[in-house]
Design a protein around this ligand. Sequence first.
Ligand SMILES: Nc1ncnc2c1ncn2[C@@H]1O[C@H](COP(=O)(O)OP(=O)(O)O)[C@@H](O)[C@H]1O
Ligand SMILES: Cc1ncc(C[n+]2csc(CCOP(=O)(O)OP(=O)(O)O)c2C)c(N)n1
Ligand SMILES: [Mg+2]
Length: 320
Amino acid sequence: MLSEFDLIKQFFQRDRRGRADLGIGDDCALLTPAPGRQLAISSDMLVEDRHFFAGADPFMLGHKSLAVNLSDLAAMGARPVGFTLALALPAADPAWLEGFSRGLFALADAHGCELVGGDTTKGPLNICITVFGELTPGHALRRDAARAGDDIWISGTLGDARLALAGYWKEVALAAHEHTQAAQRMHMPTPRVALGLALAAQPVAHAALDISDGLVGDLGHILAASRVGATLDVDALPAGPVLARQELQLRRRFTAAGGDDYELCFTAPVANREAVLEAGRISGTAVTRVGRIEAEPGLRMVDAQGAPLDLKLSGWDHFG
Ligand SMILES: Nc1ncnc2c1ncn2[C@@H]1O[C@H](COP(=O)(O)OP(=O)(O)O)[C@@H](O)[C@H]1O
Ligand SMILES: Cc1ncc(C[n+]2csc(CCOP(=O)(O)OP(=O)(O)O)c2C)c(N)n1
Ligand SMILES: [Mg+2]
């Protein structure tokens, strides 16, 4: 049997030296911030039966647990530095821990983000990560920084994760290969860290956030914080490759209010259009212009001809 401390040592403590002055093993980790840089901090929790199905693949779960947190750093324009991991596990299962830690560290190493500590307890499977990043003071891409006249942009594509969920829930009948492809987006999201960094350099963008609860809900947070409104061209929203082959109404619903996308939604002045496209190019991330920030409050959804669409969509709400 693995003890609590064996488990930490075997699966989470690594010999290599990292950025932290002191990592796993003491009451706190110790990190020295780089001179003149600001810390960006964010937590996200993944709960069984709420964020993932019981029996979820541990490698993909390790990846996703960190990915959704790195996505918040990306949305702020911060460079990942380190993270803590709080885990509740129903049992110390070495095969599960091996897969989980491999998925977690593959993504952590790809972003130079060091695991510096955490907590481990027995209980219903629950994963909570806190990430630490750094950025130049004044360059953070805040939700309250959108201005009337800004373009609204989206990274990558939207809706395939929601389509995969619809497949699991049997809301939509998908061919097996289509479901597999869409499910990849749901289980292995790509945090847009390089794009966030490119948008925060200069800075190119004004406001940004990552889309976790669905675009219309999340964009609503930017509009409220910035005290502005927007017109969104729903038919310009870039659908994921599997969703793109579905009918128009489903495409509209799942691009505009899917959830689990982990793409960035950001605003930038019209004068920066070329700079945004360049940020997309240098980060290898597609960027699509999908609307306009306006002084008039409220979110107005329109079709490709500019005619109003009454889609009655809302964001994911855990208690809604
Ligand atoms: N239990 C909590 N205590 C303090 N702050 C919280 C708590 N839960 C969420 N927040 C804060 O509320 C804001 C909105 O949270 P959330 O919608 O989860 O953001 P995100 O979609 O970026 O993860 C964030 O600033 C987050 O830090
Ligand atoms: C089993 C299962 N049911 C439903 C979903 C869909 N889902 C769960 S939570 C969520 C929204 C994002 O989660 P939240 O905790 O709100 O993340 P945050 O906004 O804090 O980043 C979505 C789309 C899922 N991924 N798995
Ligand atoms: Mg959150």
